[in-house]
Design a protein around this ligand. Structure first.
Ligand code: ADP
Ligand code: MG
Length: 548
């Protein structure tokens, strides 16, 4: 007979609970979305594990069950999912896995009210939403494959307990002891409307146990559980597309582009993919570069780790569903099957074609899409030998020509007679690039320079090497090219005599520089750093930062 154990939340959790409970009050109903999503995730996980270990198979007609109990003021959410062991309960529900509380807090306070509910899911802190409506939460769980069950219990005020429990089969019950002002969530009509709103796309049946006046009860399936992508395009409204997009991406914007198509041929699959119109707030800080398009086999969710597009397309959201893989596809098979390789290629080409198509219109929406994801797309210029020339054909850049973004083709059309290279300058931000003395010689000769300020810009120009037979060259090691062009505001005054100054400067700078020379290419600035043959200056800075 085990004993109840007392545990403290780590400090982050305490602060986070406070934040969630107090700042998302008006969106309290999302607690149900988060708990149901967790149950669906756990059921997906168990089904995936069962592919390699049949003893973990889910019971037939498995569902997610929601049971309100008005007289005891309790709401229970039950699933047949993977379950949690003693240690997993302590770990998953007592610490914060992903981003820090501070980042979440900052984001929460600066977010528009309508964006707040999506933040909680994005930060991986959905479970704690339970404390918006409950003053006590009990989680009884039995891990699939184990005979031990435990109950995690907390009032959300700094500590939790773990107590040995019993549960006849694997899975999890979340029991919410509802706060007095949250009793509306014990009403069947309220529950039904919340579930319909948030959980319609969950592929597991969600049933609501409705108790009759005579005490008998009935289980009613609430969600449609339909695979939206399997429907005819003509039967789907744009609201349904948007809702599905938000569901799958945890986002709150409208999709910029919706791509819904069925591919036939050597490989058959249906795909519903989206390009976001806004950048998820933590997108650039994410540690992983993997894409998370969901892979389904005959409507069954298999994994979101199949990497169905290259890393530089990781902003694409959605699902791919194929008939050409067995339902019991193994992890090894996912890595080696030619079916996935073919799907990956077809999906990548489709998305690329769609982006190129949008790039043609070059409207404000495309520019904002580029502002959001261009830095990621440019990773492809560096690492994707198959598509880099194609990416270069629609990529957008700042330049000295105007404040508008330009394409490489437009740059080339403006090249000076005798100019055979595309010049660029890399740096930390656009403002400092614009005022860089490096540009003076180019400006005065009317030669346009691309201004590149994303970190990835330090890498790709060398890899891309050339576009339409025009070499890309950093202005830093191209000053000698300038002699070919006439300087229209050339200085007529006698050049200053620097014979005494140069040796003094050289002496003072010592080994930090290779040489100190006179130049006639500067206009308003006194000195400029240049590099000949060696790595680009930004590259040098990055190498220094990484200790090379
Ligand atoms: P997220 O779902 O983004 O990971 P949550 O705060 O919603 O964050 O949940 C934290 C973790 O608790 C989950 O990752 C999962 O490991 C575990 N968990 C929550 N609910 C369940 C459940 N019903 N069954 C199994 N594990 C669960
Ligand atoms: Mg969750």
């Amino acid at each position: 007979q085990g004993q109840t154990e007392n545990h403290q939340f780590n400090a982050e959790v305490g602060r986070l609970l406070d934040l969630v409970v107090h700042s998302l009050y008006s969106d309290r109903e999302i607690f149900l979305r988060e708990l149901v999503a967790n149950s669906a995730d756990a059921s997906d996980k168990r089904r995936f594990e069962a592919l390699t270990d049949a003893s973990l198979a889910l019971p037939e007609n498995s569902n997610i069950q929601i049971t309100p109990n008005k007289s005891e003021k309790k709401l229970t959410i039950s699933d047949d999912g993977i379950g949690m062991s003693h240690d997993e309960l302590a770990q998953n529900l007592g610490t914060i896995a992903r981003s820090g509380t501070r980042a979440f807090g900052e984001k929460l306070s600066s977010a528009k009210p309508e964006e707040r509910p999506s933040l909680i899911g994005q930060f991986g802190v959905g479970f704690y939403a339970a404390f918006m409506v409950a003053d006590q939460v009990d989680v009884t769980s039995k891990k699939a494959g184990s005979d031990e069950a435990w109950t995690w219990s907390s009032n959300g005020k700094g500590s939790f307990t773990l107590t040995p429990a019993s549960r006849s089969h694997a899975g999890t019950d979340i029991i919410l002891h509802m706060k007095e002002d949250a009793e509306e969530f014990l009403d069947n009509w309220r529950l039904r409307s919340v579930i319909r709103k948030w959980a319609d796309h969950i592929s597991w049946p969600i049933t609501l146990r409705e108790t009759k006046e005579d005490g008998s009860h009935e289980d009613i399936t609430i969600n449609q559980g339909t695979a939206l992508w399997k429907k005819n395009k003509s039967d789907i409204t744009s609201e349904q597309y948007t809702e599905f997009y938000r569901h799958i991406s945890h986002a709150f914007d409208e999709p910029y582009v919706t791509m819904h198509w069925h591919a036939e041929g050597t490989t058959e699959f249906t795909s519903l993919l989206f390009l976001p119109s806004e950048r998820p707030f933590d997108f650039m800080e994410q540690q992983t570069r993997e894409s998370h398009i969901h892979l389904h086999v005959r409507r069954m969710f298999i994994t979101d780790n199949a990497e169905l597009v290259p890393n530089w397309m990781r902003f694409v959201q959605g699902v791919v569903d194929t008939e050409d893989l067995p339902l019991n596809v193994s992890r090894e098979m996912l890595q080696t099957t030619p079916v996935l390789a073919r799907i990956r290629k077809a999906v990548t080409k489709k998305v690329l074609a769609e982006i190129k198509n949008k790039a043609k219109t070059a409207d404000e929406k495309f520019n904002s899409f580029w502002e959001n994801f261009g830095a990621v797309i440019k990773e492809g210029l560096w690492e994707d030998s198959e598509y880099k020339q194609e990416i270069a054909s629609f990529a957008r850049f700042h330049s000295t020509h105007s404040d508008d973004l330009t394409t490489l083709d437009d740059y080339i059309s403006r090249m000076k007679e005798g100019q055979d290279a595309i010049y660029f300058l890399t740096g930390d931000n656009l403002a400092s690039l614009k005022s860089s003395p490096q540009l003076e010689g180019f400006r005065s000769r009317g030669i346009e320079v691309l201004l590149l300020s994303d970190p990835v810009d330090a890498f790709w120009p060398e890899r891309l090497n050339s576009y339409n037979d025009k070499v890309l060259r950093s202005v830093i090691n191209s000053h000698s090219d300038l002699d070919k062009f006439e300087d229209k505001d050339a200085d007529q005054t006698e050049p200053a005599n620097l014979d005494t100054l140069l040796p003094i400067l050289k002496d003072a700078l010592g080994d930090n520089v290779k040489d100190v020379r006179n130049t006639e290419r500067l206009k308003g600035s006194a000195v400029v750093l240049t590099s000949e043959g060696g790595p680009d200056l930004t590259m040098q800075r990055l190498m220094r930062r990484s200790g090379q």
